[in-house]
Design a protein around this ligand. Structure first.
Ligand code: 09M
Length: 392
């Protein structure tokens, strides 16, 4: 008499069968379908959580699997894509006026979550090897490590970064820097938000070990997602972190989305179970190979049309190349007016900056969707637009 569950008698779906692009057919287990139609566990389907946890164990060997302190033990929640987990974590950890360490430039979605929370963003500089430990150290020099034990201190509590296939920079945080950063975060008791949707889109192997793989303290909140390799519309991601913090996110999920879509979870789980971890990793390799070829085609087009007009660093993974136009003061107008007129679009760099009103010489170009011929055309047009602008 207590539960608010609707009577499933009137739910119409009984069976789900999936046809994959290779022609194979998979039936979702009928009992899973029945469960997927009803409200279910807030943290996600236990079968999917187990599959993901085993994958994390295999890929990252998180020390928090073995840790004795229950609050720090590895726990997992299935989220609506990684964006959902990032949003809930920032909302849980950041109050107005808090100092937060954020990689800059960074994913516009993170800044969009942060801005209404009104924190003081301490920009962490990055280069082709990812965020620079010295930049974090400089920010932290205002405090002493002991301040982290004083709840009234203004010492930053979180660091957010995108360690692979940086969005927008295409950069990759090296293992050496990760070790130095983890040590700094230990000294100042800082939580690391490892926003890593492009982990499986690294262009060289072995994968650079993650922060999760070195997390002896339970201070890493790692955001994974199936968006980039399986489907973005299914909206399935996962957050792996210390139980005490993951529990807070579960409480938030309970009163917001309640749980990720059961339909998406069981469809994805059925495919993942069929593939196994090895099949999944092989699939990721194929996707990464494709993006690497796309990157090469993109850089070939850039070399052909933008030499002398733009500067860029070869992306080590992911879907983006970050172009600097040194002779252009601000790419915003150039893109929204001139480029749009010529039917080619990029994201102006100011979208990835803390203060988007400051003129920015950069733009982000994605090579995920466009054919080599179209990338060539796009940069040919960009080159013409820049030259026109320089004549004025
Ligand atoms: N642009 C992303 N990035 C993006 C973008 C997007 C609609 C998504 C980093 O797992 P998800 O799907 O929730 O991924 C979120 C996410 C988290 N972290 C570093 C990301 O790059 C996805 C969606 C329109 C534009 C979008 O521009 O960069």
């Amino acid at each position: 008499m207590a539960g608010a569950w609707p009577n499933p008698e009137f739910f119409l779906i009984k069976d789900i069968s999936l046809t994959l692009k290779d022609g194979s057919k998979l039936d979702v287990d009928r009992s899973l379908v029945t469960r997927a139609m009803q409200y279910s566990s807030t943290s996600g389907f236990p079968e999917l959580i187990k599959w993901v946890k085993d994958l994390q164990e295999k890929v990252h060997k998180p020390p928090t699997l073995e840790i004795t302190d229950e609050n720090k033990q590895l726990d997992i929640i299935i989220t609506n894509g990684s964006q959902d987990g990032i949003c809930k974590t920032l909302e849980a950890c950041v109050s107005a006026g808090d100092n937060v360490l954020i990689e800059v430039p960074t994913y516009a979605g993170t800044l969009a979550i942060l801005n209404p929370l009104k924190p003081k963003i301490l920009p962490v500089e990055s280069d082709k090897d990812g965020i620079i430990p010295g930049s974090i150290r400089r920010h932290l020099s205002k405090w002493n490590p002991e301040d982290s034990q004083n709840p009234k201190s203004s010492i930053p509590k979180i660091l957010h970064c995108v360690p692979n296939g940086g969005n927008p920079t295409g950069s990759q945080l090296t293992w050496e820097r990760k070790k130095a950063i983890y040590k700094l975060c230990q000294d100042y008791d800082i939580i690391i938000m490892e926003d890593d949707p492009y982990f499986y889109l690294q262009f060289s192997k072995p994968y650079v070990p993650s922060f999760l793989s070195m997390d002896v303290d339970g201070r890493v909140m790692r955001f994974d997602t199936f968006t980039k390799v399986m489907s973005s519309g299914m909206r399935i991601g996962c957050l792996s972190g210390p139980r005490a913090l993951v529990n807070k996110i579960i409480q938030h999920q309970q009163v917001s989305a309640v749980h990720s879509s059961g339909l998406s979870q069981v469809a994805l789980f059925t495919i993942l179970q069929e593939m196994g971890h090895t099949g999944f990793l092989q699939h990721c390799d194929k996707v990464a190979d494709f993006y690497k070829r796309q990157r090469d085609a993109c850089l070939a087009a850039a070399n052909k049309h933008l030499s002398g007009l733009a500067e860029w660093v070869e992306p080590s993974g992911g879907m983006f190349v970050w172009l600097k136009l040194p002779q252009i003061k601000d790419t915003y107008k150039l893109i929204w007016e001139k480029a749009r007129e010529k039917e080619v679009l990029f994201v102006p760099g100011n979208a990835f900056m803390i203060d988007s009103s400051v003129p920015c010489q950069y733009l982000r170009s994605a090579y995920s969707l466009v054919s080599a011929e179209d990338m060539d055309k796009a940069f040919e047009r960009l080159s013409a637009i820049i030259k026109e602008e320089l004549k004025q």
